[in-house]
Write a protein that binds this ligand. Structure first.
Ligand code: TPP
Length: 406
């Protein structure tokens, strides 16, 4: 129960043990509890005064709504999209928020917020929900918006606002607040200017992901567009969740997206995904090769649970190619750390089906086929790291204000 609230996340458990190296004494009894504790979440409905105060802010010019990595559910997705459509402001939603895949949202939730914020103007106000986003570019943009009114709707601002930009913090039911708010719409053309940048970003992403070449971005863009509605998809930490953020755009079907942001890095990713599969019946997990190695023992659950694991094997920690560490002399052994793991051997050792895909199309087809079968499977996609980095750089260097729109 403590991991669910009021401050959700990892829990430090103190277990009192007897003093060591002393004559044997009876252990101190653990404090008794009344049994299993059920967590009963409840969020306050905002007061009329709070609603009026926020309405004054969202009526004060051209704003934007930002959603972080928490998926607050379909009720919130609908309510926040309705609010943004009413206020004529864009939603910059993290891929894990689920808002981009909410279906009926049209183009108000941007498909590529990480790309758009690189050129978008700073808004007059911000309304923020669902924690903080993964995207560094969006975090930088939020930093540039410091000093302007930023309303953070969160149970715990410590988790939701690491950059410290909040000017107002509201602890409220996010969906209820969205439904209660009315306000003056932004100037004509404000939302459309973001949508135009976004359209150009999506054209560029589609062009970069058009061929079958093994690339994290292409795999995630196609997978997110191919999985049946309501499929549970776990996005591993490191480059996987970022490639999904950058390249996947909006998914046509509503998927149930999961990540392990801020919890144990790349460790435990597969265990988390197996937990999701146990709870929901089946799941797909996409992880890097080091994340697979870190949590290899989790594959032992493969014979009793239904998880399709896609390993994006780019020969070590591909994320570090994107960071200044890549210039260090000890880069290879200190950061990239490629490992001689054989995913085929690992799959065999744990009794999982194994398939090596020779391209993105084959990988996606194999995932879809494996989802229809009992048991678990490992789908292995080998990626050329240098080519992957080049595609990411190409995407991030496009000029969205350019004439060509690509
Ligand atoms: C348990 C743990 N150890 C180390 C790290 C530091 N770390 C961050 S990203 C990363 C590389 C991950 O490599 P991989 O899973 O192959 O994903 P890729 O970067 O290639 O997408 C490492 C080692 C971490 N996040 N968690």
């Amino acid at each position: 129960a403590a991991s669910l609230g009021p401050l959700p996340g990892p829990v430090h458990i103190n277990v009192p043990l007897r003093e060591p190296l002393l004559p044997v004494m009876p252990p101190a009894p653990l404090p008794a509890t009344a049994g299993r504790i059920k967590h009963c979440p409840s969020r306050p409905t905002p007061t009329p005064e709070t609603v009026t105060a926020i309405e004054a802010i969202v009526s004060s010019g051209n704003g934007a709504i930002v959603c972080g990595t928490d998926d607050l559910g379909p009720g919130f997705h609908r309510a926040v999209i309705d609010l943004a459509e009413h206020l004529r402001v864009p939603i910059l939603a993290d891929i894990l928020s689920g808002v981009r895949g909410a279906g009926a949202g049209g183009s108000v939730p941007l498909a590529h917020p990480d790309q758009v914020v690189r050129t978008a103007p700073a808004p007059d106000w911000l309304l923020r929900f669902a924690g903080s986003p993964v995207s560094r570019a969006t975090a930088d943009w939020l930093g540039r918006c410091k000093g302007r009114p930023q309303v953070v709707v969160a149970d715990h601002p410590r988790l939701a606002d690491p950059g410290g930009g909040a000017t107002h913090v509201v602890r409220a039911d996010a969906a209820a607040l969205c439904r209660m708010l009315v306000g003056r719409p932004a100037a004509l053309g404000w939302l459309e200017s973001f949508q135009e940048l976004d359209r150009r970003a999506d054209q560029a992403a589609a062009a970069l992901c058009a061929d079958d070449g093994a690339f994290e971005g292409t795999l995630l863009r196609r997978l997110i567009r191919s999985l049946p509605p309501e499929t549970a998809l776990f996005l591993g930490n490191s480059l996987t969740v970022r490639a999904a953020e950058w390249f996947s755009g909006r998914s046509p079907a509503r998927l149930r997206l999961f990540g392990n942001r801020g919890v144990s890095g790349i460790d435990g990713n597969l265990s988390t995904a197996f937990g999701i599969a146990a709870g929901l019946g089946a799941a797909v997990a996409v992880v890097g090769d080091l994340a697979l190695l870190h949590d290899l023992n989790a594959l032992a659950l493969g014979t009793t649970h239904r998880l399709v694991v896609v390993v994006l094997d780019n020969g070590g920690g591909g994320i570090f190619d994107h960071l200044p560490q890549s210039g260090l002399p000890e880069y290879q052994e200190g950061w990239l750390t490629p490992q001689p793991l054989s995913p085929a051997g690992a799959a065999q050792a744990f009794g999982l089906d194994y398939a090596k895909a020779d391209g993105v199309g084959a990988a996606v087809d194999t995932v879809l086929a494996a989802l229809g079968r009992p048991g678990s499977a490992l789908v292995h996609l080998t990626i050329d790291r240098a080519a992957s980095l080049a595609r990411c750089r190409q995407f991030q260097s496009i000029h969205l204000h350019g004439e060509s729109g690509s």
